[in-house]
Design a protein around this ligand. Structure first.
Ligand code: PLP
Length: 385
């Protein structure tokens, strides 16, 4: 049975072009970029090129890119590195719908005496800009707000938020792990100070990420040790991963518009037919301000996990809640923050597409979904017949 992979917000397939660029870095060009010899120097050039490719996608200067091991490390570095660099301020503002890579860090800092404000969202997952403005005060060290939500795909108006925060003289970080490669960005025209991204969400391998640090932003290093990354992130570089990330960014930069169009068409078809053919289901999130690849649908009175298991039998991979919280019986914190009732939040499924999905796969899933939902409804103790 062929796998139909609709779980691209959890991770993506490594692009063939990316793998091809990476291969020589394992057994041929395996030197340490910090070494003095010519062999090591070649590797240094590969990293420089990758830095330019990442900067090209983000429209920033290559010197503003620090390579990390993942999105989580980039988020940790941005948050903790800012607080260390701004020791006289003790307030952090974030939202209730962040990924655990941000929320858990912020909550831990709250236990260490920081004041934490988690901004609410409305039923469609949107922020109240006035509340954000009210919360920023002289004690605020950092505002950290995600670009696009991993569960619902809801996109926040990040450029407007960054401008508002900059006008108050506060550092602004955005976790753009889900946005990069799916939304065109121009950091040279934005007030974002710090931005996190992760390779494995945009067809590069797992184990590599990056942090954009705008020139002039005060940031203490999170990983201490050697002088890699100009002393901003110690540890011998994951050269194949970095080279792969560079290539993935180049591919995204060259094809973002046409890929978005294709992916959005497939996502819209999948969503429209499921909402039409499956009774008692609803779309979660702001329909108009979403990633082109993501749809999150709640099926009342059935467990998301049960839907996943039945889809799995047909070779269809999706997700309930976020990948990181699945396995727990708690409904997603994102859907709870949006006020989605428990009966619906428990039965939520996220389909997240990529450039590699086909219309045939969408048609196959559309055919199976009503069957799966109807079968589970028949078994549900909550549905009266
Ligand atoms: N932030 C968001 C919004 C994510 O979706 C994820 C991963 O799912 C992360 C951060 C963590 O990224 P990584 O898996 O590279 O650590």
């Amino acid at each position: 049975m062929k796998t139909v992979y609709f779980d691209n917000n959890a991770t993506t397939k490594v692009a063939e072009e990316v793998l091809k660029e990476m291969k020589p870095l394992f057994c041929e060009l395996y030197g340490n970029p910090s070494s003095m010899h010519t062999f090591g120097g070649q590797i240094g050039r590969k990293i420089r090129r990758a830095r330019e490719q990442v900067a090209g996608l983000l429209s920033c200067d290559p010197s503003e890119i620090i390579f990390t091991s993942c999105g989580t490390e980039s988020d940790n570095t941005a948050i903790k590195g800012t607080l260390t660099a701004v020791p006289n301020k003790r307030k952090i503002i974030t939202t209730r719908v962040e990924h655990p890579a941000v929320l858990t860090v912020c909550k831990e800092l709250e236990n260490h005496g920081y004041t934490l404000v988690e901004l609410a969202v409305d039923k469609q997952g949107r922020l109240d800009m006035a509340e954000l403005e009210d919360q920023i005060d002289d004690d605020t060290a950092l505002v950290t707000i995600m670009y696009a939500n991993n569960e619902t795909g809801v996109v926040f108006p990040i450029d407007k938020i960054a401008e508002l925060v900059a006008n108050r003289g506060v550092v602004f970080h955005t976790d753009a792990v889900q946005a990069i490669g799916k939304i065109p960005l121009n950091l040279s025209k934005s007030n974002i100070d710090l931005l996190s991204l992760s390779g494995h969400k945009l067809h590069a391998p797992k184990g590599v990420g990056a942090l954009y640090v705008r020139k002039g932003t005060r940031l203490s290093p999170f990983m201490l040790g050697g002088h890699q990354e100009a002393g901003r992130r110690a540890g011998t570089e994951n050269v194949p991963g970095i080279v792969g990330l560079g290539k993935a960014c180049e591919l995204a930069a060259n094809n973002i518009e046409e890929e978005n169009e294709k992916v959005k068409y497939l996502r819209d078809k999948l969503e429209k037919v499921i909402l039409k053919k499956c009774p008692q289901c609803q779309l979660n999130g702001d329909k108009d301000n979403r990633l082109p690849n993501t749809t999150n649908i709640s099926f009342e009175y059935i467990e998301g996990e049960a839907i996943l298991l039945m889809l799995d039998k047909y070779g269809i991979c999706a997700s309930s809640g976020s990948a990181c919280t699945s396995g727990s019986l708690e409904p997603s914190h994102v859907l709870r923050a949006m006020g989605v009732p428990f009966t619906a939040a428990h039965g939520s499924i996220r389909f997240s597409l990529s450039r590699y999905n086909t219309e045939k796969e969408v048609d196959y899933t559309i055919e199976k979904m009503p069957e799966v939902v109807n079968r589970l409804r028949e078994l549900s103790p909550f549905v009266s017949t």
